[in-house]
Design a protein around this ligand. Structure first.
Ligand SMILES: [Zn+2]
Length: 283
């Protein structure tokens, strides 16, 4: 039972919101420079991520990586690390606070404290036409965490499923860096849900997913701001139209391609410095 509303309830509800992190003072990425550099770029690597599996890839600072839907509608769960220091990893929560619940062109994937600098910048998105649908759904969210066997066990009464994105990312990272899986698991983090269409229900505020509008050929492309190690899982939810954490959904591969611009194409550009805060915390 809810409490009775106070007399001034409507007035309190009518207070206008303020943006928690106004981003006018955030330095904008030089998209024109990135695009000019991209026009000179050649493909130097590609990795196919099989359905219900994950694969790692490496991208140098100043290079580009593209994630493409191939064969059928499929969402992907993306982790990013500083290639030289796994403790600097993508910080989904702060990225959400800065850019909103879903990412698009010009938005950055920010790294964890104490670094808090851009790891990658989105430079192209063939689903940018989607906008916000009638359910409040948008694509490429930083809300969901990744499907995982622990939550699955909670909700299914202890059932084990080993191809959730969390486990896929753990196996891929363990293999890539030669680490025991239990140690690699600690480096796996909340993801960018590439191509996934999600929102919150208006009545209960619950996280929802729906069939992704992605089709083969659609892609999301990033500029690597520092040397990156990435891992991408082709989610067992497929297009996430029905369920995840099972073998029920139709699943397809995802393609990751890396492109290197010509020498000198990024004249004047430097990888971002670590955050300037001195870490003294008032002591
Ligand atoms: Zn998943």
């Amino acid at each position: 039972m809810s409490r009775p509303a106070p007399d001034d309830a409507d007035a309190r509800r009518a207070v206008a919101p303020v943006i928690a992190y106004p981003d006018e003072t955030l330095a904008s990425p030089d998209l024109a420079l990135y695009r000019a550099a991209r026009a000179t770029a050649e493909r130097i690597a590609e990795v196919t991520v099989p359905p219900r599996e994950a694969r790692c890839f490496r991208v140098g600072a100043g290079q580009f990586f593209r994630i493409t839907s191939v064969e059928g509608p499929q969402v992907g769960d993306l982790n990013l690390w500083n290639a030289a220091d796994l403790s600097e990893r993508f910080y989904s929560g702060k990225t959400r606070a800065l850019h909103g619940t879903h990412l698009g062109i010009g938005d950055r994937m920010w790294s964890a404290f104490p670094h808090l600098r851009p790891l990658a910048t989105i430079v192209e998105d063939t689903l940018d036409w989607y906008g916000t649908d009638d359910f409040g759904g948008r694509v490429h969210d930083v809300i969901g965490t990744r499907c995982d066997p622990y939550t699955h066990a909670l909700l299914s009464g202890g059932d084990a499923y080993h191809h959730c994105c969390h486990s896929n990312l753990t196996r891929a990272l363990a293999e890539e860096v030669g680490m025991p899986p239990a140690e690699a698991e600690g480096h796996v983090h909340d993801v960018l849900n590439v191509f996934m269409c999600t929102g919150f229900t208006r009545d209960t505020g619950q996280y929802f997913m729906k069939a992704s509008p992605v089709r083969p050929g659609d892609h999301l492309e990033f500029f690597a701001e520092i040397d990156l190690l990435g891992a991408l899982s082709a989610c067992p939810g497929g297009d996430c139209s029905a369920e995840h954490s099972s073998d029920a959904a139709a699943c397809f591969p995802l393609l990751v391609e890396v492109f290197a611009p010509a020498e000198g194409a990024l004249e004047g550009w430097q990888p971002p410095e670590r955050n300037p805060y001195d870490r003294s915390h008032g002591l």
